[in-house]
Design a binder for this molecule. Structure first.
Ligand SMILES: [Zn+2]
Length: 207
């Protein structure tokens, strides 16, 4: 008899950034699967002069009620500084990122805080296109916010849920998708989409 390999998803608030006159939350997401625990994005762990104007308020993964050694693998949806700043907490774990994204982040100017991802002990696993991480958990490229962005699709008891990073920053962008990545996410027909900068998941409009 085969058990359904359903996962659960838990958002974790790791930072709040000053944007215009408000605070923008930064969430990472923990996936718990019968065969492993995955962190999707790692937020920020320390301050950096390059982003001082955003006055980050940090509650990093290293200071939360989370056993970092229990994490089996990491996914970066993309490598902007507020998504990869904790990668170094998982230096001996595989970190899955699209190859395009890794190339851009390491080579383009002002893309991210390069020293946070250029550390030699990081075990990046460059991915080309779709990839199954564990049964029921897939990486799907979603170009738009960056050309190497990806999302994670997760089979849950509720149905297919997407962890989308910044493929959309605001819920309204998924109501009215404009980028290729946003259209790909909608075409997956998810029951919910977690975004990095929203407290609640987006859900499709009732039909
Ligand atoms: Zn971003």
């Amino acid at each position: 008899m085969t058990e359904a390999t359903h996962s659960t998803i838990t958002p974790i608030l790791v930072a709040q950034l000053l944007v215009e006159d408000g605070r923008m939350p930064v969430y990472v997401h923990l996936i718990e699967h019968p065969d492993g625990r995955i962190i999707v994005d790692t937020g920020m762990t320390e301050l950096h002069p390059a982003v001082a104007d955003m006055d980050p308020l940090l509650t990093p993964l290293s200071e939360q009620d989370l056993d970092l050694s229990s994490i089996d693998m990491v996914v970066n949806t993309h490598l902007h500084f507020d998504h990869c700043g904790g990668d170094r907490l998982f230096a001996d774990r595989p970190i899955h990122v699209q190859r395009q994204e890794l190339d851009d982040a390491l080579n383009l100017e002002d893309y991210t805080i390069t020293e946070w991802i250029a550390a030699p002990q990081l075990r990046f696993v460059p991915v080309d296109g779709e990839f199954e991480l564990l049964p029921g958990i897939r990486l799907v490229p979603t170009p738009g916010h960056t050309r190497g962005s990806q999302v994670v699709t997760v089979e849950t008891a509720e149905g297919l849920v997407v962890i989308a990073g910044d493929t959309a920053v605001f819920h309204g962008e998924l109501d009215d998708p404009r980028t290729e990545g946003q259209r790909i996410v909608r075409a997956l027909e998810p029951v919910a989409v977690w975004l990095a900068h929203a407290e609640e998941p987006w859900r499709p409009p009732a039909t």
